[in-house]
Every structure is written in structure tokens, then in C-alpha cells.
Design a protein around this ligand. Structure first.
Ligand code: 13P
Ligand code: SF4
Length: 304
């Protein structure tokens, strides 16, 4: 089947099934072009909670589709490739959260959405890279636990010197690989460029950033700032939407070979068609876990 035929079939089936296609900003270009809505983790959770579609086809990684199911239990949520998982989310087990809760009784637990439903269910509130600082600021407690990304936790710590942010040593294997040397090399090659880093980058990289933002925050900055050139410190897939929102600007990546998340590249058009034809793969969250995880996600959505 040609690409055009494939897209035509997907669109027909999508209409018939009252489905909506959501895609994360790192997805392959043809998936982003196909999607009804694309965005960062926060935007996608908000969109999933508001859509009146009957089926959500989630093109992203598993925790994102799971979050859609957590907020929309009455809808069918499909992820076209079952094995598209976030390596950071897989680093933190529910047992480890319980251990931290025992070690620090009464300390609120703020969990990045890049986590499993079981881990969310054991948390007080969720956050995304776009709202982590705001969510942490909502607590008057002197100590907070932030899971599972140590880099995001250390970034948030900068805003609250009077608080102690306790963290688990999880990280994104791709953002964590970006080094200050990579950034300094790119800055030397492009001295006019503004450097924007994702908060999943290590602190030494954040120190070099002109701006720190979520993926959609980066898209907004690229469009709104008067600058012509940008060095982009996040997963390589963001270069495609950047080139669309600001086609006359220049975007450079400091380490393209290191910052490629294979799970974000697994979904192809054929998989989206298969998802709509066969209901593959349906995301199921046991109700007792979903209810607790929903409280944590809902609390986040009330803060932002
Ligand atoms: P955003 O919420 O900024 O899109 O980030 C999600 C993610 O997985 C970053 O690696
Ligand atoms: Fe997870 Fe990193 Fe991939 Fe984002 S880029 S989905 S944090 S592994």
C-alpha cells in the first residue's frame, strides 16, 4: 500500500470509530503530520482529559498512553506498538517508592509523569517538565521527594533554596548523555545561537542554558524569541516540529547521535492502521490503581 493509501485508510477508519490521534513532539514526522493533536506530556494529558472521542490512539511511549487511560477510563486507549516504553519510567519500582515513603514519613511525593501507573498511585501529585517548578511551589513543606528523575529534581531545587528536594537516582538515558563539552562545542560553532535545554539534562548542562523548557516550551520560545539561531538540548525528534513552527530560523543539535530515544521512533503508519483495525494494543489499568493514580494526576491538573 502506498503512503497516501495508508493515510487515507487511517483517516476513514478514524472517522468511523470516532477516534482521535495524539502524538508526542518526538514522534516520527509522518506520525506528527497525521495526528489530530501533538504536544508535550502536559498538553497531551490535558487533551486526553478533554476529548469527546471514543477511542484515543496514542503515539508516544507507554506512560503517556497510560496517563490518557488514567484520566479517561471510559475511553478505549490504544498504543500502536506495545513495546514503546520510557527507559526512565522503567527505572523506578513501586517497592522503591514505598521504601522512600518509609524512610521519609510525611514528606510529600511529587512524581514526574514519566513513571508507571503503580508508581503514580503511590504519589501525592504528578508533574511534567512543563510544570514541575510550579507543582513543587504549591507545597509549603520544607522537604519534598521528587521521583524518578534526579535531573528534574535538581533543576527544581534551584528555585527553592529553602527546601530540601530528596530524589531517586533515575534519569533519561538520552538527555543524561548530553555533556557540557557537547554544548560548548556547539556554542563555539554557532556563537549567535541561544541554547535551550530540557530539564532532564544534567546540572552542568543546565548551567550553560539560556532557557530551560519542556518540548512544547521550546517550540514556543523558538517562535516567539527574536533570535534566528538555536541550539536544542533535547531528543532529536523535536527538530522536525521546530522547523515547522519557525521555518526561517536555524536549529542545531549538539549531539544528535546520543539523543535519540528508540522507543519514540517505533510507531509507523502501518501500526496506526493496525491499531484502529484490530484494537491493538489496548492500554488497561486495573481500577484500584487507576483511581489512586488519577488523584495524583488530577491534583497536578488543578495546580496548572
Ligand atoms: P515533555 O513533557 O517536555 O514533552 O518531555 C517528555 C519526555 O519524555 C522528555 O524526554
Ligand atoms: Fe523517556 Fe528519555 Fe525517551 Fe523521554 S527521551 S521518553 S524520558 S527515555
Amino acid at each position: 500500500m502506498s503512503k497516501e493509501e495508508l493515510i487515507k485508510k487511517i483517516l476513514e477508519l478514524k472517522e468511523r470509530r470516532k477516534a482521535i490521534i495524539l502524538a508526542h513532539n518526538y514522534q516520527p514526522p509522518e506520525i506528527q503530520d497525521l495526528a489530530d493533536l501533538r504536544g508535550d506530556s502536559l498538553e497531551l494529558s490535558l487533551k486526553a482529559s478533554k476529548t469527546d472521542a471514543e477511542v484515543i490512539v496514542f503515539c508516544g511511549v507507554f506512560f503517556m498512553a497510560e496517563t490518557a487511560k488514567i484520566v479517561s477510563p471510559q475511553k478505549k486507549v490504544l498504543i500502536p506498538v506495545a513495546g514503546a516504553c520510557c527507559d526512565m519510567a522503567n527505572m523506578l519500582s513501586p517497592e522503591e517508592v514505598m521504601r522512600l515513603r518509609d524512610e521519609y514519613p510525611g514528606v510529600p511525593v511529587i512524581t514526574y509523569v514519566n513513571s508507571t501507573a503503580e508508581v503514580k498511585a503511590l504519589s501525592d501529585v504528578c508533574c511534567t517538565s512543563a510544570n514541575a517548578v510550579k507543582v513543587a511551589g504549591n507545597f509549603s513543606d520544607k522537604r519534598l521527594i521528587m521521583l524518578p528523575d534526579m535531573n528534574l529534581a535538581r533543576y527544581v531545587q534551584r528555585f527553592y533554596p529553602d527546601k530540601e528536594i530528596i530524589y531517586f537516582k533515575g534519569f533519561c538515558p538520552f538527555h543524561h548523555l548530553l555533556t557540557p563539552e557537547d554544548v560548548l562545542r556547539a556554542k563555539a560553532e554557532h556563537p549567535q545561537a541561544v541554547f535551550i535545554a530540557h530539564p532532564e539534562c544534567r546540572p552542568e548542562v543546565i548551567d550553560l542554558a539560556d532557557y530551560v523548557a519542556s518540548t512544547s516550551g521550546m517550540l514556543r520560545l523558538a517562535k516567539e524569541l527574536p533570535h534566528e539561531e538555536f541550539i536544542i538540548g533535547t531528543e532529536i525528534g523535536l527538530l522536525y516540529p521546530l522547523s515547522q513552527v519557525a521555518p526561517n530560523k536555524k536549529f542545531y543539535h549538539p549531539a544528535p547521535e546520543k539523543m535519540l530515544c528508540p522507543s519514540m521512533k517505533k510507531i509507523r503508519l502501518e501500526d496506526v492502521l493496525n491499531a484502529l483495525e484490530r484494537d491493538e494494543f489496548e492500554v488497561i489499568v486495573p481500577e484500584e490503581i487507576r483511581i489512586k493514580a488519577y488523584q495524583a494526576v488530577k491534583r497536578m491538573l488543578e495546580i496548572v
